[in-house]
Design a protein around this ligand. Structure first.
Ligand SMILES: [Cu+2]
Length: 148
């Protein structure tokens, strides 16, 4: 019995070791106040992930959503749009940059950027970011500067 259990564990270990690199799930908090004191933020606002990874947007504080910024995604990637206070998980399969925003607070700078693999669509994303209103535009430009 004991031996069978150990053998089972060893087998499970082998299966895990043989599997391809497992896709990861990252978390982004939607906050009224970030850890640096700035108001209305996604944290972390910039994330670099691998194709196949997911990001879960957590309604850590109330009154926010996460949705794609038009023009800020690689060609063929589906747009996403969470409702207010809705926790959505987005799986990113196509390489490139994905800009997103909180609809009520985009003008206050509540934007974020996910880089999936290489930043191949940086020029297009920069054009899309230029149409973001208010402080969101400035914040997104700073996030895009991290993408290379
Ligand atoms: Cu918000």
């Amino acid at each position: 019995m004991k031996f069978a259990f150990r053998a089972g564990l060893a087998l499970a270990g082998l299966v895990l070791a043989a599997a391809p690199v497992a896709a990861k799930e990252y978390q982004v908090k939607m906050l009224n106040k970030g850890s640096d004191g700035s108001l209305m933020v996604f944290e972390p606002a910039y994330l670099k992930v691998a194709p196949g990874d997911s990001v879960k947007f957590l309604a850590t504080q109330k009154g926010h959503n996460a949705e794609s910024v038009p023009g800020m995604a690689p060609g063929g990637a589906a747009a996403f749009k969470g409702k207010i206070d809705e926790e959505i998980t987005v799986k990113f399969t196509k390489e490139g940059l994905y800009g997103y925003k909180c609809l009520p607070h985009v003008g206050m700078g509540m934007v974020g950027l996910v880089q999936v693999g290489k930043a191949a669509n940086k020029a297009e994303s920069t054009a899309g970011a230029a149409k973001i209103p208010g402080l969101g535009k400035k914040k997104m430009a700073a996030l895009l500067a991290k993408a290379r």
